[in-house]
Design a protein around this ligand. Structure first.
Ligand code: P6P
Length: 333
């Protein structure tokens, strides 16, 4: 059994330029995940279920656990002293950490503290998504929005924690994707899968077909393609949609599939946020041999314009995303 801590130290020694600070950062996320996991598993018991009456910048009702997860991760990250600040789905603006952290911290973290939180009350898996960048402004000067608005290909690390039938932490530092399963009896994450890769073939598509009538023509054509009978390409595919990006992506990563959240009437630019949902998952997808686009462009090449901007999202097995992109290109509205 190899713990996440041992694994990080082992891998750090393989990269002489790696600093202990990134190690400390990932350890902070590990601590936050353990605390969130504890409270998610008790959510039904302690009065933490339900909404707290507030809404976030997305206009989405904040669940009490959303706020708890955000505060927990913010505290864990600030305590480590190597992070200059964070951006979060639950924070309208940047959170720049106090004292010398804002000027001396080498990294910034962007996160969705509890993605899919509307599923909490019905006991469906939810997840934490994180994205880590080196700051680009000069150390010794206060960190600015410029440090957070970097294209996804500049990420130094990214990952998610899925709070499901078991809790897993899956992350990459650009040298493959590694997955760790949490053992609550001893309070450690244990290495479960090293250098995870998508299966070559995918036969599951994940999309909320309730919005079908408002999908772009290319998406409608791709869905019909998925449903056609064709033995040579193992169609019809299976449809699976949990309504939690981390859960749908995790299943597709292990079993082979594609997740799509395109533009809809309600979300003309897509629903998922570029900086702290699409980019980190796209980094993992590419490291696992997959692909992530907005139907036309590589997600990791998109230059951010706003902190909470949204994007249409196609992510999963490369051949499946290639197919979907082809239908989008051939059927531009
Ligand atoms: P819909 C959760 O709110 C989320 O951002 C993703 O995790 C999930 O895939 C999607 O939205 C679900 O959205 O519109 O299908 O309920």
């Amino acid at each position: 059994m190899k713990t996440l801590g041992e694994f990080i130290i082992e891998k750090q020694s393989e990269f002489p330029h790696a600093t202990g600070e990134l190690t400390a950062l990932i350890s902070a996320i590990k601590l936050g995940a353990k605390i969130i996991n504890r409270d998610i598993n008790k959510a039904g018991l302690i009065d933490i279920l339900g909404e707290n009456g507030e809404s976030n910048i997305q206009g989405e009702k904040q669940m009490k656990l959303d706020v708890f997860a955000n505060e927990t991760l913010k505290a864990a990250l600030e305590a480590r002293g190597v992070i200059a600040g964070i951006a979060s789905e639950e924070e309208d603006n940047l959170v720049i950490f106090g004292k010398d952290r804002a000027t001396e911290g080498k990294y910034v973290v962007l996160m969705d503290p509890l993605d899919g939180s509307s599923n909490i009350d019905v006991n469906v898996s939810v997840g934490t998504i994180f994205s880590i960048y080196h700051r680009i402004t000069k150390i010794g000067t206060p960190v600015t929005e410029q440090d957070f608005m970097q294209p996804g290909h500049k990420q130094v690390a990214a990952g998610y924690i899925i709070y499901g039938s078991s809790t897993m932490l899956v992350y990459t530092t650009g040298c493959g994707v590694n997955a760790f399963t949490y053992d609550p009896s001893i309070g450690v994450f244990c290495l479960a899968r090293e250098n995870l890769q998508f299966p070559q073939l995918g036969t599951t598509y994940s999309i909320n077909e309730g919005y079908y009538s408002k999908f772009p023509k290319g998406v409608k054509k791709y869905i019909k393609y998925c449903q056609e009978e064709d033995e040579t390409t193992h169609r019809p595919y299976t449809s699976r949609y949990i309504g939690s990006l981390v859960s749908d992506f995790h299943r597709n990563l292990l079993k082979g599939g594609i997740y799509i959240y395109p533009s809809t009437a309600q979300y003309p630019n897509g629903k998922l946020r570029l900086l702290y949902e699409a980019n980190p998952i796209a980094f993992l997808a590419e490291q696992a041999g997959g692909k992530a686009t907005d139907g036309f462009r590589r997600i990791l090449d998109i230059e951010p314009q706003q902190l909470h901007q949204r994007t249409p999202y196609f992510v999963g097995v490369k051949s499946m995303v290639d197919d979907a992109d082809r239908f989008m290109a051939e059927n531009q509205d």
